[in-house]
Design a binder for this molecule. Sequence first.
Ligand code: ADP
Length: 198
Amino acid sequence: MRLLLMGPPGAGKGTQATVIAERFAVPAISTGDIFRTNVAQQTALGVAAQTYMDAGEYVPDEITNAMVADRLAEHDCADGFLLDGYPRTPQQVVELDEILAIAGVGLDAVVLLEADPDELVSRLVGRSAEQGRADDTEPVIRRRLEVYAAETGPLADIYAERDLLTTVDGLGQVDEVTERILAALTSVSAQRTATSAP
Ligand code: ADP
């Protein structure tokens, strides 16, 4: 299974990515988590990414793309993966297409987790108290939502045109949302089997 999980900040991508990846026995790869680990360890990558992250801006494509290319080349990704938070820009879509084309594989599905913008802000403000993320202050949260709407939201159309997109309501209990995603993926794979049958 090769999956993408897309959606605005606060939609619950990270939580769902872990559960869904476990179900399909593939690694969950979160670009945000990889960047945060690098920031915490003050690696060269972390130092390069930190100012962008703290401001709610995207880390430049060349940095992000190189990091993802390295990660996807690792052995545990050979039979599948779930990417959480990548691609987020048109250039990242191009990079991922190239990585997959070279490997001779394709995506199975793209899940878009949707949620109401007011709900997103209140979830993120709530989370900041628990997790202490540097980018969970209200002005930075608003900037992250703006950047998402301008740069990443439109990418859903690309995957819809490729017939890979499935949209899931991210509101509700974690378990309910997981069930919705699994149901959507089951119906996607059932349709694939039906259309590819002789
Ligand atoms: P969220 O989706 O809630 O904003 P993430 O943990 O996915 O949180 O990302 C945190 C930050 O890491 C982003 O605001 C951005 O600075 C950086 N980042 C993560 N993924 C990418 C990406 N694909 N391209 C550029 N920057 C990224």
